[in-house]
Design a protein around this ligand. Structure first.
Ligand code: UGA
Length: 434
């Protein structure tokens, strides 16, 4: 089937490529001509495991194409996915101007029936607004439908998630739209055996908000438990394990740490609080979730300040700049909180990350960036772990201790084993563990 995807950001590019991989003929549109030119040369705008190979394979097979023309995109296919950015506005409300713009531009070029599918994470009732916009800007007398199809991909495992989803959710208003979307997803449903849920548009939009906010709530819950564990001399890992074996609770998203980041949870929780407020509900539970998340970073910063007594002129090594392993995405990453604070306090920073260093350096050129963990830790008076990259767990601790000026580790992701670190001669502290 022919499919157009508007927006070649993270969601658009991964979704489009996966659709091509299952045999559809996909045209990806982006108004950023440089990005399109780069993609045509098979240069990826993001790092995602397995993506580059899959793009190459499908471009070579003639199933994946790129253009900067929205007109071409509109005329290409009956089904048009909108996967443009929805950056946060001043009060946490998402900025929908890109979605609106696509609606206007597509409407102006439609020459027959089109199904416009919102793939970006948008507030409830965006479907309604999109419909109004398209109706207003239509030039031809043609039918169209609007649908919602939220994505649940995780960065770093997006391709796996796309082919093995827990569920596919669509929000539709017509049989025709439901049938088209079912046809698109049929190969994935067949292979993965996942549920295909059809509901109304507002419910689909809310399913996405509620899912991300619930996962963020789980993380903040376990981080709050970790704080209690620290005060009570308990071990949050053991508590989380004991809780997680209850199938009603589940083991996942109970890893205590320096708090959640990324382009989704912080923005989506903000947006859910804002939109609930707009329609008359004060979502105080989620406000606490946000507060606990901020509190984790502040708590660890205080611990660094306490440990060093005077931060000024101290050498601090930071391992991990990406918001999580497996990605070069630094949006809302914990490092973006710690680096400016510690620089302001006069620390001399040495930073390491296997893939996100270049992006981070564009924002913070001042610190020293090292490719090797031991070089990064050399002469440091404190080592701070902010991303659970597997390489960190493999550092030879005796060598690490020898290169550091003072063997002090603050582990914001509970990557190392406390007893092993202490036996190796470190002053070691982590999150919620004695
Ligand atoms: C998240 C959701 O997991 C996806 O289902 C969703 O599609 C996506 O947002 C989105 O809305 O686009 P993602 O942001 O890629 O995916 O990352 P996650 O793996 O969910 O991790 C988010 C943050 O939570 C990371 O900073 C991670 O370190 C943190 N986290 C996760 C914890 O602190 N503890 C945990 O137990 C799990």
């Amino acid at each position: 089937m022919k499919i157009t995807i508007v927006g070649t950001g993270y969601v658009g590019l991964v979704t489009g490529t996966c659709f091509a991989e299952i045999g559809h003929d996909v045209l990806c549109v982006d108004n950023d001509e440089r990005k399109i030119a780069a993609l045509r040369k098979l240069q990826m705008p993001i790092y995602e495991d397995g993506l580059e190979d899959m793009v190459r394979r499908n471009v070579e097979a003639g199933r994946l194409h790129f253009t900067s023309s929205i007109r071409e995109g509109t005329l290409f296919a009956e089904v048009i996915f909108i996967a443009v950015g929805t950056p946060p506005g001043y009060h946490g409300e998402p900025n929908l101007s890109y979605v609106e713009q696509v609606g206007r531009e597509v409407a102006a070029h439609m020459d027959g029936y089109r199904l416009l599918v919102e793939k970006s994470t948008v507030p409830v009732n965006t479907g309604e607004q999109l419909k109004r916009t398209v109706t207003k800007y239509l030039r031809a007398d043609v039918d169209f439908d609007v649908a919602s199809n939220p994505e649940f991909l995780r960065e770093g495992t997006a391709i796996h998630d796309a082919f093995k989803p827990d569920r596919i959710v669509i929000g539709v208003e017509s049989e025709r739209a439901a049938k088209l979307l079912r046809e698109i997803y049929e190969p994935i449903i067949r292979d993965s055996g996942c549920e295909f849920l059809t509901m109304n548009i507002a419910s689909a939009e809310l399913t996405k908000h509620a899912s991300n906010s619930f996962l963020a709530t789980k993380i903040s819950f376990i981080n709050a438990v970790a704080r209690v564990c620290e005060l009570a001399g308990a071990d949050v890992e053991q508590v989380a394990h004991g809780m997680g074996l209850d199938r009603r609770i589940g083991r996942s998203f109970l890893r205590a740490g320096v708090g959640y980041g990324g382009s989704c949870f912080p923005k989506d929780v903000d947006a859910f609080v804002y939109l609930a407020d707009q329609i008359g509900y004060d979502f105080t539970l989620l406000k606490e979730v946000q507060k606990i998340n901020r509190g984790q970073r502040e708590h660890i910063l205080r611990r660094i300040q306490h440990e060093l007594w005077v931060v000024n002129d101290k050498v601090i090594a930071i391992l991990g700049l990406a918001f999580k392993p497996g990605t070069d995405d630094i949006r809302e990453s914990p490092a973006l909180f710690f680096v400016p604070h510690l620089l302001k306090d006069g620390a001399r920073l040495k930073l390491w990350d296997p893939v996100a260093a270049a992006k981070f350096r564009e924002l913070h050129p001042e610190p020293e960036y090292l490719d090797d963990i031991l070089d990064c830790a050399r002469d440091a008076e404190l080592l701070l772990i902010l991303t659970d990259w597997p390489q960190i767990a493999e550092i030879p601790l005796d060598k690490l201790r020898d290169v550091m000026k003072c063997p002090v580790i603050i582990d914001g992701r509970n990557v190392l084993d406390p007893a092993t670190a202490r036996n190796a001669g470190f002053t070691y502290s982590s999150v919620g563990r004695p």
